[in-house]
Write a protein that binds this ligand. Structure first.
Ligand code: SD4
Length: 311
């Protein structure tokens, strides 16, 4: 059974990303190609300060990107702390396809990308540089819940850009086709103002992304340290394997995170999004404000407010 082909992704900017993915998936393309195509949209979007070009830099003013891609038969690739490459998801896929490895980091990842023909670029936009200089005045690292959405909409307004629908920073995208084949992609500039060299959950297979054709797929957004601590996306998939629905699995994973560190997580945001091989999806977050986009043959621009633990 199942609902047929479907693609889901995190935050308001998931809507245009899903539409791009649907040009592949809706035409019978492979879910892996669909998710790669989809997340290229926010990676290129200058309104989005949490993914790709125009991503906010670390505390030293360097834009360092994390990305991973995985399909349901266990093939995966990732890059972490990659500088100067506008589309880290493409490099992650090259790691998967052209190397015997899963994860390349930092200078080595950049070297590999250049060998593969990627162009070296300056990814710090004047607007992001300005925000960094503003931040340097206090230089306090205090992640703001839902900054991805808030920030995106603020930028759309400030720059008088055509109304994008979203503003979070990490996009996690999951897709399933009519045969129950799954794939996922996750790409981010990570937490703004992080320490140089900090790696979040997004490029860690099992943390920010996990896909298994036998069961389903999961991805996460928010404070990556909490997700890594709990092997979040792997946990969601394993919970589905044990019989929980995607919704129940996301809820249990959030509860696990909060239970482990109730004080530390009370103002933090973490959100999970899950899709099973029948095309059913679910999402849950610690704080309200998490959104996700769903796209299938019925509807291409649906945006859903995720339920959350705290209101
Ligand atoms: C990270 N999970 O690097 C990412 C950040 C994120 O929306 O989700 N931003 O920890």
């Amino acid at each position: 059974g199942g609902v047929g082909a479907r693609v889901v992704s995190t935050w308001d900017f998931g809507v245009p990303a899903n539409q791009a993915a649907w040009t592949v998936l809706g035409n019978g393309g492979h879910p892996l190609d669909a998710v790669e195509t989809g997340v290229l949209v926010p990676e290129a979007d200058l309104r989005n300060h949490s993914v790709g070009r125009a991503g906010y830099p670390d505390r030293d003013g360097k834009v360092t990107l994390d990305a991973s891609i995985m399909d349901g038969d266990g093939r995966c690739g990732a890059v972490a702390a990659l500088e100067h490459i506008a589309h880290p998801i493409k490099v992650a896929r090259k790691v998967m396809e052209d190397t015997p490895h899963v994860l390349l980091v930092g200078d080595g990842a950049l070297e590999f990308a250049l060998q593969e023909g990627f162009k070296k670029e300056d990814l710090l936009t004047p607007e992001s540089a300005k925000a960094w200089h503003e931040w340097l005045k206090t230089a306090k690292y205090t992640p703001v819940a839902n900054s991805e959405n808030l920030d995106y909409h603020r930028t759309v307004q400030n720059l008088g850009m055509p109304g994008g629908k979203n503003n979070h920073d990490t996009i996690g995208m999951l897709a399933v086709d009519a045969h129950g084949r799954l794939a996922g992609a996750c790409t981010t500039s990570g937490m703004a103002w992080k320490l140089h060299g900090r790696v979040g959950d997004s490029p860690i297979i099992g943390a920010g992304l996990y896909v298994d054709n036998e069961v389903g797929a999961a991805t996460s957004t928010g404070v990556g340290e909490e997700v890594i601590r709990n092997a979040g996306s792997f946990l969601v998939v394993e919970l589905m394997r044990q019989g929980r629905s995607p919704q129940q699995a996301c809820e249990e994973a959030v509860h696990r995170i909060v239970k482990k560190r109730p004080e530390a997580t009370k103002d933090m945001q973490v959100g999970f999004l899950a899709l099973n091989r029948d095309g059913e999806c679910g999402a849950y977050a610690i704080q309200k404000g998490f959104t996700y986009a769903v796209c299938d043959v019925q509807q291409q621009d649906r945006l859903i407010a995720s339920p959350s633990l705290y209101q």
